[in-house]
Structures are given as structure tokens and as C-alpha cells.
Design a protein around this ligand. Structure first.
Ligand SMILES: *[C@@H]1O[C@H](CO)[C@@H](O)[C@H](O)[C@H]1NC(C)=O
Ligand SMILES: *[C@@H]1O[C@H](CO)[C@@H](O)[C@H](O)[C@H]1NC(C)=O
Ligand SMILES: *[C@@H]1O[C@H](CO)[C@@H](O)[C@H](O)[C@H]1NC(C)=O
Ligand SMILES: *[C@@H]1O[C@H](CO)[C@@H](O)[C@H](O)[C@H]1NC(C)=O
Ligand SMILES: *[C@@H]1O[C@H](CO)[C@@H](O)[C@H](O)[C@H]1NC(C)=O
Ligand SMILES: *[C@@H]1O[C@H](CO)[C@@H](O)[C@H](O)[C@H]1NC(C)=O
Ligand SMILES: *[C@@H]1O[C@H](CO)[C@@H](O)[C@H](O)[C@H]1NC(C)=O
Length: 666
């Protein structure tokens, strides 16, 4: 619908941009367990709540026979369905003798004899989840049960959250409980620590009450959200929930993305690679959930190849213990980039192909903070390339992932003559120059190999313009900075002339951009401004809510040149998929940004909340996240910008995320 633009000019504010994930590490159980994410096998994803002794024994044996144990998969956990409705006369927990005739202590011994670890499963409510028939839970029996688990020589406890809300008469599941799960998990945590056997504690609270804020102090891993389901859409949903939690990962405290579906026949091999790669680099515990071997099933060769990829396992088990984080997302184009640091100065990066078609995708190294890599190893592509400058392109299967390890890297913006320079008559030409945005305001610093001997004039030109830029530099200067234009993309050239002194490198600095707070936009339809609590909705203090297809925020924004501009959006989304996790809930919302009436750019944003919504005043809806998009159609002069959710009425969520503000790199 045509709407008259209201002119707002010069509402730019200089506010430092906020990092999307910048929370400090929380205190953890510093007991030497889970210094890297735990790995193992669990009955649930394949056998549901119907485990038995034969299943456990044959799969445990298969872990050994297939060599999975020596790759680190050692903890064998018997999930729901193992116990009975009643406790023994002395009040202790016991197993179902029909299902486990040898008994749990003997099974533990069997696992230990195989040099595996024995994982048990319990529940912080009155019954185990989905348990036939009504297996008793540990609520109010925590100390006794912890003692029992220790006597059975268990090595870990996965502790679930069913039948736990007393105020609503203990339903199987309550996603809006009247009390936080935290105290129940704390009681069991203390009970486990009181035993003289170290037992790893897996907190399984389904993401209720933003556990990243409290679970690291209680256990070694916590579930970031609801269960994985046997459907491809579960991967996007889970990653969207992981985004605001990646910074909480560290030795002894791992965000658990839930057990693996690899090998369960629900994903293509490319999808299994994506699932496994992302779980690995986000430092999730890696728990196989497939039937490795039983009377009727054996895992396929293809799935086994995924689970046994030693590079991917090494990314997960890297001693640095830092999770990868989301760096860029192209929603319309259907791909995104994650990356994180590894030990020894290396970097791992993943480019996910969300489209179900094989195509070439490009990783621009500056999107992961790098300019070059001496060595790039493409894990699934089984390729290696030396001397990679600025970009790497490879074929990625539909729903597959380009997963690369980068070594001997240089930081983004730094172009050494050795790697990027080429003699060009009386000058030097630098190739493969990356530009985040189209702008005339790039700082280009020329670093000389030694101080210039006498005053001299230096001239440069970029591929973005015919114009030359000159300046005089005094004797003994080490460097000089000029301002020049570049065009968004990875194929700019900078040529420098008339330099007597050799150039060591050039440094390219993008413009800082200008910040436009949502508070200064003109609102249409139902869109409305909301003031946030002190210190929230950074960096503005307020946000625009109720944005939708017919409810928008408008501004007229001045740009100093035409072309494509990079825009960093500060948004808020705390639409957590709990109930909807079983359906199409994706933990995401769509926002569109249109410039001068052109085709809107869509950004499907992940969660940003880092607080619970349950018992506080909406703080999860006050935590800002940031993601950048390249937007085309900017003119030199005034530009009409519209934020909304074009086409949103057809999506899963009609509402856009709340809008805090945006930085335009011009
Ligand atoms: C043990 O499991 C079997 C098979 O699921 C079930 O039929 C039986 O009722 C269970 N026994 C007890 C005591 O719960
Ligand atoms: C992806 O494409 C393949 C091959 O065309 C098809 O078999 C599969 O069902 C598609 N997957 C999804 C999730 O749509
Ligand atoms: C630099 O160029 C200016 C303008 O052409 C000229 O006046 C000046 O003498 C030159 N300086 C040097 C050191 O060559
Ligand atoms: C990059 O620029 C060079 C020189 O302008 C040109 O020859 C080459 O085709 C360009 N490559 C791409 C991928 O655009
Ligand atoms: C950009 O920001 C940096 C860091 O705050 C500052 O040092 C620099 O002067 C700014 N540059 C411009 C062109 O404003
Ligand atoms: C926008 O659309 C929604 C859903 O169709 C509707 O409920 C609302 O009234 C509309 N608002 C305006 C201002 O037209
Ligand atoms: C976002 O937009 C895409 C494309 O229109 C749509 O498939 C998806 O369901 C939307 N997401 C949400 C959360 O509405």
C-alpha cells in the first residue's frame, strides 16, 4: 500500500555497535569433568522409551567393534523406560527386571569391562518422561537416588523435567510452569556432588527459564531447547535457539543441542553432515541416537562415515572450548555462515546451504574476521587449498555444509604485498580487496617497508572509480592514510603509484557508519514504540514492536553515495518454540527492509533473548541481537527506508522481530 514518506533527515547518532553474543562465562562445576563436550550413545532417539538389556549390550559392543569408542564415544546412557512404578521397600529406585534381567549394576560392569562409561537417566519430577507404565521419578528422593546411582557405579546422569510442576498437578509437560526448574536441578546437583564417585550431570530442562544463566553452575551440560524431532526443520529451529547461548560454552559447561539423529534414516547424508558439523562446532555433547547394531538394524556406512569424521570430532573436542557463532545469514539466498576459534590460532567456519539443491557457495573470509589463509582444509569436500585470499568457493550439496578449517591466517582488512600485491608499472596493484559495503569513505592505509627517505607524493586509485587520490607524505613517515571508494564485494582492486619506498601492506578500514535508532522512525499501522528497562534494548533503550506486513516503521535517510549498503540490524526476538517445537516453530521471525520502494530484503532472525520470560518482567524481550544484511538501491541523497514484514501474513509468524535500530555503513 502506498504511504506518504515523512521526512526525517539527520537523525544519525554515533553509538557504538553492540555485539550479538557478549555474555560473560557463568560459574561452573569446576570438578574436572567434561573439559571437552561429552560423547556417547543413548537409547532414546531410536528406541524411544523402550530400551532393554539386549539393545544396550549389542549397541555398546558395536561402539567398540566399530571403533567409535576410540574416537571418544564412550558414555552409554539408558534413557526413559528403564525403571518401574514403585520403589523398593527401602525407598530406593530399581530397574524393570523383565527388561533388564541382569540388573543395572551388572550392565554397568559390562560397560566398564568394555572400557565404556555407564550413563543413567532420571527425572526431576514424580515420573520419568513418557514412561510405560509410570516409572517413578526422583522428586523428593534426590539424595537416595544419587546414592543409588553411585552404588551402581554410574558415570553420568541425564536428568529430565517431566511431571515436575506440582502447582498444576504434575502434568507430563508444562512449558509455563509455576516455578523454575532450577531448584529441582540444584538439589540433584548437590546430591551427586555429595557422592564420592564423580558423575557427570546433564541438565535436561528443555530450555525453560533460560538455563544458560543458571545451569552451568549445576551441571556439565544443559539443554538449550526442546527435543530434536526426526525432521529436517529441527536443525534450523535448534540453531536459531543456540544463537544467543553460544557465548556460554566453555570447559565443564556445554550447551546441549540434543542427541544426534545421524543414522536414523531421516536425513540425507548431506543433511547428516550439516547436523553433525554444527552440533560439533557449537560444542554440543555428541550423543549418537541411532541403532548401531541390534537384531534387526545396523547403521549405514554413510552415516557411520559422518559420525567417525575425525576432523569434525576434533573441532568439537578442541581444547580451547569456544563455540562457533552465527556471523552472517542470507535469508533470501538461503545460506549462512558460522565460525569460531580453535586451539593454535586456527579457525573453523561452516557455510550451510539451506536450499535443497546443489550449488556453488562462497565463504568470504572477512565474514569470519580473516583476510587470508595459508592453508584451508575443506572437510566434507575433501579438498585442501594453499594461499587462499579473501574468498573460497566450493560446490555444496542441497542441505549440505561447507566445513573448513583455516590455518596460518591474517586478520580481515590486512593485505600484504607478498600475498595480494602485484607490480604494475611504477606502482603496485592489490587484488581481491573485500568491501562490506559500497562507500566512498574507506580508509586505506599504506604501510611502507621502511620510513620514506624524503618527502614524496603518493597516488592511488581503486576499481570503484576512475578518480585518483593523492597526498604528500613527509620524510621518515612509516605510513599514510587516504580516503577512497570501494564497491561491496570481494573483487576490488587498489593501485598505488609513485612510491620509491617498497610497500609492506595496505590496511583497509570500512566506514564506521551511522546509527539510526528505531525511536526516530515514523510508525504506521499497529507498530508501536516500547520503552525498555534500564540498560536494556541496547543501544537505544526502546524498541518498535508490532511490526508486520501492514504495520511498518519508516525513515528518510541520507546517503553519501549510491549502491549497495551493509546494514546492521539490532532486533529483539524471544519467540521461543516450546509447544511449537514439535510442529513448525523455528525460534525465528522475519523482518524486511526496503530501500526506495525496491525489492525488500528479508532477514529471518534467530532468538536474541538472554533472560527468562517466566518469572521476571519481560527481560528476554529486551535483549538485543545484531545481524547484518546487504541492501541494494541506495541513492546519493535522500533514501526512503521501510522496516516491516512484507509477505509475513503467509509465514509461520506474522509479526516481525522488534526493531531497536540500525547502523548503516555508508
Ligand atoms: C517391565 O516392562 C515390561 C515391558 O515393557 C512391562 O510389560 C512390565 O509391566 C514392566 N514391569 C513393571 C514392573 O513395570
Ligand atoms: C530434497 O531433495 C531430494 C531430492 O530431490 C528429495 O528427495 C528430498 O525429499 C528433499 N528434501 C526435503 C526435506 O524436501
Ligand atoms: C606533490 O604534488 C604537489 C602538487 O602537484 C606539488 O606541489 C608538490 O611539490 C609535490 N611534492 C613532492 C614532495 O613531490
Ligand atoms: C575480478 O576483477 C578482475 C579485474 O577487474 C576481473 O578480470 C575478474 O573477472 C573479476 N572476477 C570476478 C569473479 O568478478
Ligand atoms: C571509527 O571508530 C573508531 C573507533 O571508535 C575511531 O577511532 C575512528 O576515529 C572512527 N572513524 C571515523 C571516520 O569516524
Ligand atoms: C494488520 O493485519 C492484522 C492481521 O491481518 C490485523 O489484525 C490488523 O488489524 C491489521 N492492522 C492494520 C493497522 O491494518
Ligand atoms: C520467513 O519467511 C519465509 C519465506 O517467506 C517463510 O518460509 C518462513 O516461514 C518465515 N518464517 C517465519 C518465522 O514466519
Amino acid at each position: 500500500m502506498p504511504t506518504r514518506m515523512n521526512a526525517i533527515i539527520g537523525l544519525g547518532l554515533l553509538i557504538p555497535s553492540v555485539a550479538a553474543t557478549n555474555s560473560p562465562l557463568q560459574t561452573r562445576l569446576d570438578d574436572g569433568l567434561a573439559l571437552t563436550p561429552q560423547m556417547g550413545w543413548n537409547t532414546y532417539n531410536h528406541y524411544n522409551c523402550f530400551p532393554n538389556e539386549a539393545i544396550v549390550r549389542s549397541n555398546a559392543q558395536a561402539l567398540v567393534d566399530l571403533g567409535l569408542d576410540s574416537l571418544g564415544y564412550r558414555t552409554v546412557t539408558i534413557d526413559c523406560g528403564w525403571s518401574v512404578a514403585d520403589r523398593l521397600a527401602d525407598g530406593s529406585l530399581t530397574w524393570n527386571e523383565t527388561l533388564f534381567p541382569s540388573g543395572f549394576p551388572k550392565i554397568g560392569q559390562y560397560l566398564h569391562d568394555l572400557e565404556l562409561l555407564f550413563g543413567v537417566y532420571g527425572d526431576s519430577g514424580i515420573k520419568l518422561c513418557g514412561s510405560p507404565p509410570d516409572n517413578v521419578g526422583s522428586l523428593d528422593h534426590e539424595e537416595q537416588d544419587a546414592k543409588t546411582f553411585a552404588e551402581w557405579e554410574a558415570d553420568s546422569l541425564k536428568y529430565d523435567n517431566c511431571y515436575s510442576d506440582e502447582a498444576t498437578n504434575f502434568p507430563n509437560v508444562n512449558y509455563q510452569p509455576s516455578t523454575s526448574p532450577q531448584p529441582r536441578f540444584e538439589i540433584m546437583s548437590r546430591a551427586l556432588q555429595a557422592q564420592d564417585r564423580p558423575m557427570l550431570f546433564q541438565v535436561c530442562e528443555w530450555g525453560i527459564d533460560f538455563p544458560a544463566n543458571w545451569a552451568p553452575a549445576l551441571g556439565h551440560s544443559w539443554r538449550i531447547g526442546n527435543d530434536i524431532i526426526p525432521a529436517w526443520r529441527a536443525i534450523f529451529r535448534t540453531l536459531n535457539q543456540a544463537v544467543p547461548q553460544t557465548s556460554y560454552a566453555g570447559p565443564g559447561q556445554w550447551p546441549d543441542l540434543d542427541m544426534l539423529m545421524v543414522g536414523n534414516g531421516v536425513f540425507s547424508q548431506a543433511e547428516e553432515q550439516t547436523h553433525f558439523s554444527l552440533w560439533a562446532i557449537l560444542k554440543s555433547p555428541l550423543t549418537i541416537g541411532a541403532a548401531l547394531k541390534d537384531d534387526t538394524t545396523a547403521i549405514s556406512k554413510g552415516s557411520l562415515q559422518v559420525l567417525t569424521n575425525e576432523d569434525v570430532i576434533a573441532f568439537n573436542q578442541d581444547k580451547l572450548g569456544v563455540s562457533a557463532s552465527l556471523r552472517r545469514r542470507w535469508s533470501d539466498e538461503g545460506f549462512e555462515v558460522w565460525s569460531g576459534p580453535l586451539e593454535g590460532g586456527k579457525t573453523v567456519a561452516a557455510v550451510i546451504n539451506w536450499r535443497n539443491e546443489s550449488r556453488d557457495l562462497t565463504l568470504d573470509l572477512p565474514d569470519v574476521g580473516l583476510q587470508s589463509a595459508g592453508v584451508l582444509r575443506d572437510v566434507w569436500g575433501e579438498a585442501m587449498e594453499r594461499g587462499v585470499r579473501t574468498s573460497y568457493t566450493a560446490r555444496v550439496e542441497g542441505h549440505g555444509t561447507m566445513l573448513v578449517e583455516l590455518d596460518e591466517t591474517t586478520p580481515a582488512g590486512e593485505y600484504s604485498t607478498a600475498l595480494f600485491g602485484r607490480k604494475n608499472g611504477q606502482g603496485t596493484s592489490f587484488q581481491s580487496i573485500y568491501a562490506l559495503t559500497t562507500s566512498a569513505n574507506y580508509g586505506i592505509t599504506i604501510n611502507f617497508a621502511q620510513p620514506v627517505s624524503s618527502a614524496t607524493n603518493i597516488t592511488l586509485r581503486t576499481s570503484a572509480s576512475k578518480q585518483t587520490y593523492s597526498t604528500e607524505i613527509p620524510a621518515s613517515a612509516h605510513q599514510v592514510t587516504l580516503q577512497a571508494p570501494l564497491i561491496a564485494g570481494s573483487n576490488n582492486t587498489i593501485t598505488v603509484w609513485h612510491h620509491q619506498t617498497a610497500i609492506d601492506s595496505v590496511q583497509v578500514t570500512p566506514p564506521n557508519g551511522t546509527y539510526y535508532p528505531g525511536a526516530k522512525f515514523i510508525l504506521h499501522g499497529d507498530a508501536k514504540q516500547v520503552t525498555c528497562g534500564e540498560g536494556f534494548c541496547q543501544p537505544v533503550g526502546s524498541k518498535i514492536g508490532n511490526l508486520a506486513a501492514n504495520s511498518t516503521a519508516h525513515a528518510v535517510i541520507a546517503a553519501s553515495s549510491s549502491g549497495s549498503k551493509y546494514v546492521e540490524l539490532d532486533y529483539i526476538n524471544n519467540e521461543v518454540a516450546l509447544d511449537s517445537a514439535w510442529g513448525w516453530g523455528a525460534n525465528s521471525r522475519n523482518l524486511t527492509l526496503a530501500v526506495n520502494g525496491g525489492l525488500p530484503v528479508r532477514l529471518e532472525v534467530p532468538l536474541s533473548g538472554r533472560h527468562s520470560e517466566l518469572f521476571g518482567p519481560g527481560q528476554g524481550w529486551w535483549d538485543t541481537g545484531s545481524l547484518g544484511v546487504l541492501t541494494s538501491g541506495w541513492k546519493d541523497g535522500e533514501n526512503e527506508v521501510v522496516i516491516g514484514n512484507v509477505g509475513g501474513e503467509k509465514g509461520f509468524q506474522a509479526l516481525a522481530p522488534d526493531f531497536v535500530g540500525m547502523r548503516i555503513y555508508d
